[in-house]
Write a protein that binds this ligand. Structure first.
Ligand code: HEM
Length: 454
């Protein structure tokens, strides 16, 4: 080749983020302070490259390119390493499924989350939240992290199954949830990345499969009883069993996978969002006053119901802002299925791509004073319609969270129940720290309840 000749197409490579070290890549920085690390990446460009051990990962830092990944180029991606790992404990439900399987399952599962069904579940959400809040007496301090976990699991069980009192079911779900599934750790582990190249290294091993087996067995017994009765009991499981159409119906094994996916997707995320919202408002008497004014006017002392949601405008602004500052799904991932160009960078098939709702939500070019909790930054009628590519707590495009309306309803009911009749303050001055796993949640949340002056 003549020395002065420029290749016709030469692929642009994403800049490698400084601080890569031999063997570990950027993993040490990621593990030391993942939130700070992902937030700092935008200074190196709209698409950057980091290394987890030997594995390159492209991180997209521009909201416009994230939107491409989620919408216009969505068909060029599947979900990637973390979701491969999740298939071990979850089976192949909606959250892990790819391609045509995902399309079919999405069409079949979506009706269970239809507006009219959520209106029915709202009663359970309100009633269970009020019962749990009522046990929290003024003058007492409670760590809300475990309390909220119990509440969201209780609500999910009662919306999935009209009869959640099956003692075997409760134990089986608790046992299964308590087994730690290291899917995010796996996706960010340099040891695992090396283990893929050098199969003699131990890497990650699937967790104890016993709890999963027991949960599947209990679910199959319940599914058998539903099929025999053949009626709609008003719960999510009935909807999954009744779903049909040109795509056929879900088999028992597929329904089992979907139920397990919903246990995982519908508990930790809602718990984290509610805990962060209560964390923020416990520090802001002005915000609590506005919530109290709104609840007093809209509800006049009665329990909140589905029809009250449109009137709880400020409560919605508070939740929107809490999920901006603390998006439970702080890091999302994809993997290219074919050659893709992102922001001029050429990616070959099989490339891992990360993007962080947390980093986008705290980008000063998108949000003024981004670290400040300011519910008023959302227009009162617009909080429900926050722009989809700069505000991503529920993702976007064809993989948008199927439980989004369910989650908003549950969060609003629970926030109203916990705040309507009490004032909340932090119980101590020990800082609350973010725990960075598959979900971003506070490590603890001790709050003291005080009676509201009448
Ligand atoms: C505040 C609460 C919640 C948050 C922040 C949240 C967040 C998300 C996000 C970001 C995604 C997309 C992931 C991606 O694109 O890779 C997702 C998907 C999903 N979520 Fe949620 N979620 C919440 C509540 C729920 C609830 C209550 C349920 C069900 C009861 C649920 C079920 C699902 C399912 C099944 C998917 C997979 C959808 C698909 O791929 O078609 N989520 N969620």
């Amino acid at each position: 080749m003549r020395p002065d000749r420029v290749p016709e197409r030469f692929p642009l490579e994403a800049p490698v983020v400084p601080g890569r070290v031999p063997l570990a890549g950027h993993a040490a920085r990621l593990h030391r302070d993942a939130l700070r690390f992902v937030r700092g990446l935008r200074q190196y460009g709209p698409v950057t490259r980091i290394y987890i051990g030997p594995r390159p990962v492209h991180v997209v830092n521009s909201p416009d390119i994230v939107r491409e990944v989620l919408t216009s180029q969505a068909r060029s991606f599947d979900k990637g390493a973390m979701f491969d790992a999740l298939r071990v404990p979850l089976g192949d439900g909606l959250i892990t499924a790819a391609g045509d399987r995902h399309l079919r399952h999405r069409r079949l599962v979506q009706p269970a989350f239809h507006h009219a069904r959520i209106a029915r579940y709202a009663h359970v959400m309100s009633e269970r939240s009020l019962a749990r809040a009522a046990a929290w007496k003024p003058g007492t301090t409670v760590d809300l992290v475990p309390e909220i976990h119990r509440l969201t699991l209780d609500i999910l069980l009662r919306t999935l199954f009209a009869d959640p009192q099956d003692p075997e079911l409760h134990t089986a779900v608790e046992d299964w949830l308590s087994v730690k599934y290291h899917s995010m750790r796996l996706a960010l582990s340099p040891l695992n990345a090396w283990a893929e190249r050098l199969p003699l290294l131990p890497g990650w091993r699937p967790p104890d499969a016993g709890p999963l087996r027991r949960l599947v067995a209990v679910q199959q017994r319940i599914i058998g009883a539903y099929r025999a009765a053949g009626q709609d009991r008003g719960d999510l499981l009935s909807m999954l069993l009744l779903a049909g159409g040109p795509d056929g119906a879900l088999t028992d094994a597929e329904v089992t996978d979907e139920l397990i996916t919903l246990f995982l997707a519908g508990t930790g995320t809602v718990s984290a969002a509610l805990a962060w919202a209560l964390y923020e408002i416990s520090r802001r008497p002005d915000v609590q006053r506005r919530i109290h004014d709104e609840l007093d006017t809209a509800l006049a002392g009665r329990p909140p119901g589905f029809d009250d949601l449109p009137a709880l405008v400020y409560t919605r602004q508070v939740l929107t802002e809490a999920m901006r500052l603390h998006p439970p799904s702080w890091l999302l991932m994809r993997r290219t299925l074919r050659p893709v160009a992102l922001g001029g960078v050429q990616l070959s098939p099989g490339s891992e791509v990360f993007f962080s709702p947390y980093a986008l939500h705290r980008d000063p070019q998108l949000y003024e004073d981004p670290d400040h909790f300011e519910p008023e930054r959302w227009p009162p009628q617009g909080a429900a319609k926050a722009p989809r590519h700069t505000y991503l707590p529920f993702g976007a495009g064809s993989r948008l969270c199927v439980g989004e309306d369910f989650a908003w309803t549950e969060l609003t009911m629970a926030l109203a129940a916990f705040t309507a009749h009490r004032r909340l303050t932090p119980a101590d001055s020990t800082p609350v720290r973010p725990l960075v796993g598959t979900v971003l949640r506070p490590d603890r949340l001790p709050l003291t309840a005080h009676a509201r002056p009448s």
